[in-house]
Write a protein that binds this ligand. Structure first.
Ligand code: ZN
Length: 269
């Protein structure tokens, strides 16, 4: 082994660990919130597959001078929060998401409390209960703007500072006079190392706000023009069928029928 290779290999491990980890946020959310039959929580999966198995791998690689990837510690801390933070974001922006969201039932929330004893009741349950209260009072809030995306991982800026799950983490870099935004030190670092690559990213939110995502022939100056509807049409989303709440949706009816339940029963939340 040429020791000169070690920093090169380490750098690739650092980068692709973090990029892969950020993408797994969506898997974390699906695991904890979207599965009809939950198998294990994101936290349990992280502890088994990353901390135990991955940890063993990096102990083994230590003989070559390879260490745990940069961001490992932050990722381990994030196991308590990322699924909840992502669901919260999609719940609020679900006009623009091509799937339904909902406030978990009491039973589902109890499962989350049990799986996340350190974090769910303290940080995440109160927010979901507040959403439910608002919804039941007829004040379901839909955010009609779009979330800022991290230039590197392209995930909405929903992650929090290390050590403070109440504070959104936000970093920026300047490249030839343009400002770029990041969700974390690691995404900023990856960008700063190869800015010429990442400045080319086609970020949906940025493109939408620049007016590049309207169907052909759209006239944004026409009276009653609704930019959100125009963008959803561009993305070929069937408004009301593909997005918004699960409750009252076609999916809910189909799912209830599939399980042999009436919709009313499926609705019992
Ligand atoms: Zn990022």
């Amino acid at each position: 082994q040429d020791p000169g290779n070690v920093p090169i290999v380490q750098k690739w491990i650092d980068k692709w660990f973090w990029r892969g980890y950020r993408l797994l946020t969506l898997v974390a959310m699906m695991q904890d919130y979207m599965l009809p039959k939950r198998v294990m929580s994101w936290k349990e999966a992280w502890e088994m597959y990353a901390e135990a198995n991955g940890g063993a791998l990096f102990k083994d690689l230590a003989r070559y001078g390879i260490r745990e990837p940069a961001g490992w510690k932050q990722a381990c801390e994030g196991k308590d929060h990322i699924s909840h933070q992502a669901w919260n974001t999609f719940y609020n922006y679900n006009a623009a998401a091509p799937f339904h969201t909902w406030v978990p039932s009491d039973e589902e929330m109890d499962w989350l409390s049990q799986k996340y004893p350190e974090s769910f009741d303290k940080y995440h349950r109160p927010r979901l209960e507040y959403f439910r209260e608002q919804q039941q009072a007829g004040n379901r809030f839909y955010n009609k703007t779009l979330p800022m995306l991290c230039t590197t991982c392209q995930i909405p800026m929903l992650f929090t500072e290390e050590g403070d799950p109440t504070k959104i983490c936000y970093r920026e870099s300047d490249y030839f006079g343009n400002k770029y935004h990041f969700c974390s030190d690691h995404c900023k670092h990856i960008f700063d190392d190869e800015p010429e690559k990442y400045v080319q990213s086609w970020l949906p939110v940025h493109q939408i706000y620049q007016g590049h995502c309207f169907p052909e022939g759209t006239d944004p100056t026409a009276e009653g023009f609704d930019p959100l509807l125009a963008v959803l049409k561009y993305y070929e989303m069937d408004v009301g069928r593909d997005n918004f709440d699960f409750e009252g949706s076609e999916d809910q009816k189909n799912f209830a029928a599939w399980k042999g339940e009436s919709v009313e029963k499926g609705e019992a939340k």
